[in-house]
Design a protein around this ligand. Structure first.
Ligand code: ADP
Ligand code: MG
Length: 247
């Protein structure tokens, strides 16, 4: 069964259908990339999956359960995590403190009965684990403001992983990165791949073709093709619509 299913999703902004009868399936452990030109509706889709924007019609199912009308907080508790924008990293806090705050946000009130010492450990342990998973184990005590842009994006990812998600919604994780940083983030996502369902929106085609198990092509809010990377690379309609005929 699919981890995530989207059925006939529609979202209009005035006369514009940003999501126009979109269908999508994500298998457990699958990395499924959504590509398409600027304005195709990729971010609008991610925001609806995260529960931050209400669709006009259609359904979103997680493990077969209808979550279309659930709020973002409820979906987060079910394990849906959206990558945060860089602005959510607090620059005057260390990497570890940033991730501890993310763990705390996820734990909610559950730890208020704990002793201060165990409460502290309940934050530092998962936080340092998450930092190690993204390769920042040796940078834990560095202030976020002293980190390179690429490291800050790794830190964001650690903050997402700290919530022990099942499904990652990544909207352009390589945005604003240098070639080297983008390469590093791709390596990192390759290591995480398979452990989570990942919906990946990304413009860096090298990264997409290396990471994706399947690719869906979105144009004007509609999925015009879905298939294995090789099928997408050689699909004439996709090449015309998006990749450019010389791609
Ligand atoms: P992408 O992420 O693929 O570049 P977006 O999802 O950001 O595309 O946008 C899809 C279309 O919807 C664009 O034409 C955009 O201008 C429009 N759009 C996005 N958000 C809004 C909004 N809040 N209000 C009105 N129009 C919007
Ligand atoms: Mg976008």
């Amino acid at each position: 069964m699919s981890l995530l299913s989207v059925r006939n999703l529609v979202k209009r902004f005035g006369g514009l259908a940003a999501t126009d009868g979109f269908d999508f399936d994500l298998l457990p452990g699958e990395t499924h990339a959504i590509i398409g030109p600027n304005g195709a509706g990729k971010s609008t889709l991610i925001t609806q999956l995260a529960g931050e924007l209400k669709p006009d019609s259609g359904k979103i199912l997680l493990n077969g359960q209808d979550i279309t009308h659930e709020r973002a907080e409820q979906r987060a508790l079910r394990g849906i995590a959206r990558s945060y924008q860089i602005t959510s990293v607090l620059s005057s806090f260390t990497a570890l403190e940033n991730v501890m705050l993310a763990v705390q946000a996820h734990q909610g009130h559950s730890f208020k009965f704990w002793t201060p010492a165990s409460r502290q450990a309940s934050l530092t342990e998962p936080a340092s684990l998450a930092l190690e998973r993204v390769g920042l184990g040796s940078r834990m005590h560095v202030l976020a403001s002293d980190m390179a842009h690429g490291e800050q994006r790794q830190l964001e990812l650690a903050m997402v992983l700290a919530g022990q998600p099942k499904l990652l919604l990544l909207d352009e994780p390589m945005a604003g990165m240098s070639q080297a940083e983008s390469e590093q983030m791709t390596e990192l996502l390759l290591r995480l791949k398979g452990q989570y369902g990942i919906v990946l929106v990304e413009h860096d085609m090298d990264a997409v073709f290396r990471l994706a198990d399947r690719i869906t092509v979105l144009v004007y809010g509609r999925g015009i093709a879905c298939g294995l990377p090789e099928q997408i690379r050689t699909n004439p309609e996709v090449r015309m619509a998006y990749l450019g005929d010389d791609a």
